[in-house]
Design a protein around this ligand. Structure first.
Ligand SMILES: [Zn+2]
Length: 239
C-alpha cells in the first residue's frame, strides 16, 4: 500500500490528537535539560496500514548532517519491512534538537555506558516514548558500525532503563548502499540498518547464525526478511 508521509507543523487540534501546545510542551521538556536546546517537536502524519501499532520517537541532532528527507525515507523503508509482521511503526514523533556536546559520539562499545551517557545525557533524555532512535554523525572510524542498539536482552539494556530500547544511528555508514535498502531489494548482505537496530529491540534478540533474515550474522548473509516467530516476539513484547 502506498503511504503518504508528510510533516505537520502548524495545524492545531488535528495532529494525531495532540495539539500544537502539547508539541510545544514536549519541546520545552527537551530544552529544560542541561544539554539540549532549540528543540522542535512534530508528529509525522501518515495512514497506519495495520491495527497493530508500535510508536517511535526519532531524534535528529542538529549539526549531524541528517536531513528530514533522509530520516523519513529510512523510516518509510523500515515501516515497509515491518509490514511483513502486519505491524505499523506509528505514530512517529520527530524531535530536532541541538546537543551541547555536538553531533559526534566517540565511545568504546565495551566501555559503555559511561561515555555515551556522559556525551548525550541520555539518562536525562526526555524521550516520552520508546523505542527512540538518535540520528548522529560520527568521525569516520572503521571500528564502529552503522548503528548500535540496547534491547532489554543486552546486559546494559537490562541494567540501564535510561538506555534500554534506544538506538544510535551514524549517518555516513547508515547511508551506505548495503545499509540503506528496501524490502523489494532483499538480497544477502544488503539490509536496512534502521530496521535491523529496531529489530534487536522489538524482538529482544541478538545476532543469529542462520541465513537470510534481519538478525543474521555475519552481515553478508543478512537480509530484510523477518521470520514469523520474530513478528510474534515483537507482538509479545510491544503490543
Ligand atoms: Zn546488530
Amino acid at each position: 500500500m502506498k503511504k503518504l508521509i508528510s510533516i505537520i507543523f502548524f495545524i492545531p487540534g488535528i495532529v494525531l490528537g495532540a495539539d500544537l501546545s502539547s508539541l510545544k510542551e514536549i519541546a520545552r521538556k527537551w530544552d529544560s535539560q542541561p544539554h539540549y536546546s532549540k528543540t522542535k517537536a512534530t508528529y509525522i502524519k501518515e495512514d497506519a496500514d495495520f491495527e497493530d501499532q508500535i510508536p517511535l520517537t526519532l531524534v535528529i541532532l542538529k549539526g549531524s548532517g541528517w536531513t528530514s528527507k533522509e530520516v523519513l525515507s529510512k523510516l518509510k523503508r523500515t515501516q515497509e519491512i515491518f509490514a511483513q509482521c502486519k505491524i505499523s511503526l506509528f505514530p512517529v514523533l520527530l524531535i530536532k534538537t541541538k546537543n551541547a556536546n555536538g553531533h559526534v559520539v566517540n565511545y568504546d562499545y565495551h566501555d559503555f555506558p559511561d561515555t555515551v551517557l556522559a556525551d548525550y545525557e541520555l539518562e536525562n533524555t526526555p524521550a516520552l516514548s520508546k523505542p527512540v532512535v538518535y540520528f548522529l554523525s560520527k568521525e569516520e572510524d572503521n571500528r564502529y558500525g552503522a548503528g548500535v542498539s540496547w534491547p532489554p536482552i543486552h546486559p546494559w539494556g537490562k541494567a540501564d532503563p535510561q538506555i534500554r530500547n534506544s538506538v544510535l544511528l551514524y549517518r555516513s555508514k547508515a547511508l551506505r548502499a548495503k545499509n540503506n535498502t528496501s524490502l523489494s531489494e532483499t538480497k544477502p548482505g544488503f539490509y536496512e540498518v534502521l530496521a535491523h537496530e529496531l529489530a534487536h529491540i522489538l524482538f529482544d534478540e541478538p545476532h543469529l547464525k542462520s541465513e537470510g533474515h534481519i538478525m543474521s550474522t555475519p552481515t553478508k548473509v543478512r537480509t530484510n526478511n523477518i521470520k514469523p516467530y520474530q513478528c510474534q516476539r515483537a507482538r509479545d513484547f510491544f503490543l
